[in-house]
Design a protein around this ligand. Structure first.
Ligand code: HEC
Ligand code: HEC
Length: 375
């Protein structure tokens, strides 16, 4: 018969095996053993006990039963039957006491709904073509909460005062072998996924690095690094994203066909059509094409050869934009942001400025060339 009372003990055993003989010096797994009796059983045949014995059987327990079924079907294959982790693909220990004590519900929900880019952790939400309704994701978050054996840590209260540039050498020496050169994940999990950084505080990061995840390969660094080094490496993770922001500078170097001649545009003093712009590019005309949308759009996809200059930044970069070339601004609105950008340029005395009339979406519909990334 399956043992229904020791999910944490099972997990702790797995962590201990992973950690080998290394003395990680954290009381956690032991404490977890003690409270295992109060932890709800996780087997399908287990009595339905409310989380931490807190509430009587009822809808809550029905929800947990549904969550256990979903968890067994979709998640256990990698994260282990009771959240002990490391069944496949280096999936982390979801039931780890330190993790659950510091992760917020919104972080857990978002991680399940949207996954972790470029890792084996998929997006599971129906809104991302996954199998899980938002209600099912909420239930899974509550199931994970029911595994907690430690009081919540107030990560907002943990002070962090570091400098990203000083964190870089610390990262290279201590962290990159496991987490990848740019934090993109390597041997173990990523730490710079945009929706991870959106949902964790600096205190969360510092707590994870200082205390580690005893019983997993993640060491505790509180006695290895100085306080300053800890803060610096956290500042670096925080300042860092592996989705690079395009550089907003040196627009003179960002011309299309810098050796070409000026384009021939229609009489319209304000707009140029997508077909006319395409024809100008085919004729190898010299142009500066400015993408006036926020950088996230530019990074996702932009007109090939364009440079990023968000409409709200134009004012700050006037000195870097050449005055002797034709400029075309565009956005997808089809021209709210691009007109705003053009108006700043015209107001600053630029004369050869046109706004792309139909906007970026029509450019894409026509099948005209686009590119992705930061250029
Ligand atoms: C021996 C491999 C290893 C080394 C070295 C290592 N880590 Fe980790 N790290 C891990 C693993 C494995 C986890 C996930 C543990 C778990 O299951 O909870 C982790 C988790 C983390 C987390 C929490 C991520 C999350 O999603 O909650 C952060 C932050 C982190 N590491 C930062 C660092 C930093 C900073 C360093 C260097 C000072 C470092 N790690 C060194 C293996 C490592
Ligand atoms: C194919 C294996 C796999 C499956 C299946 C899977 N995961 Fe994951 N999961 C991972 C990996 C690997 C990571 C670490 C991603 C990274 O590198 O940041 C992860 C990360 C997570 C995280 C974020 C942890 C953190 O600290 O950032 C949560 C929460 C999570 N998974 C929950 C689930 C749930 C719930 C399911 C089932 C609906 C599930 N996972 C299914 C492999 C998997």
């Amino acid at each position: 018969m399956r043992n229904t009372r020791v999910p944490m003990a099972t997990a702790a055993t797995a962590w201990t095996l992973l950690a080998g003989a290394a003395p990680l010096g954290c009381p956690q797994p032991e404490g977890a053993h003690d409270s295992a009796g109060a932890t709800p059983a996780t087997g399908a045949d287990a009595p339905l006990v409310a989380p931490n014995g807190g509430s009587p059987p009822g809808t809550d327990s029905d929800d947990l039963a549904l969550a256990r079924a979903d968890y067994a079907k979709y998640c256990a294959i990698c994260h282990g039957e009771t959240g002990e982790g490391y069944q496949a693909d280096g999936a982390n220990a979801l039931a780890h006491p330190n993790f659950l004590a510091s992760a917020s519900d919104s972080m857990l929900f978002d991680a399940i709904a949207h996954g972790r880019v470029d890792t084996p952790m998929s997006a599971w939400s129906v809104n991302r073509a996954g199998p899980l309704q938002p209600s099912a994701i909420h239930r899974l978050v509550r199931l994970m909460r029911s595994w907690a054996t430690m009081d919540a840590v107030d990560t907002e209260a943990i002070e962090v005062d570091g400098l990203a540039s000083r964190g870089w050498p610390v990262w290279q020496v201590y962290c990159q072998d496991c987490h990848g050169e740019d934090g993109e994940g390597g041997q173990f999990m990523s730490v710079t996924a945009p929706n991870f950084l959106d949902h964790v505080t600096d205190g969360y990061l510092k707590y994870a690095v200082a205390k580690g995840r005893p019983g997993t390969p993640m060491p505790a660094y509180e006695h290895v690094l100085t306080r300053q080094e800890l803060d610096d490496v956290v500042a670096m993770i925080r300042a860092w994203s592996w989705v690079q922001t395009p550089e907003l500078s040196d627009y003179g170097d960002k011309l299309v066909n810098p050796m070409g001649t000026d384009p021939v545009f229609d009489a319209d003093p304000r707009f140029v059509s997508v077909d006319t712009l395409k024809a100008a590019l085919d004729a190898e005309a010299k142009l500066l094409i400015l993408d006036a949308r926020p950088p996230a759009d530019f990074v996702t996809r932009h007109i090939q050869g364009a440079a990023s200059l968000p409409f709200y930044e134009v004012e700050d970069h006037l000195d870097e934009i050449p005055r002797d070339v034709w400029i075309v601004t565009y956005c997808a609105c089809p021209h709210a942001e691009s007109e705003a950008a053009a108006d700043v340029l015209l107001g600053a005395g630029f004369t050869n400025v046109r706004v792309l009339d139909e906007g970026f979406n029509v450019w894409v519909e026509r099948g005209y060339p686009t590119a992705a990334g930061t250029r």
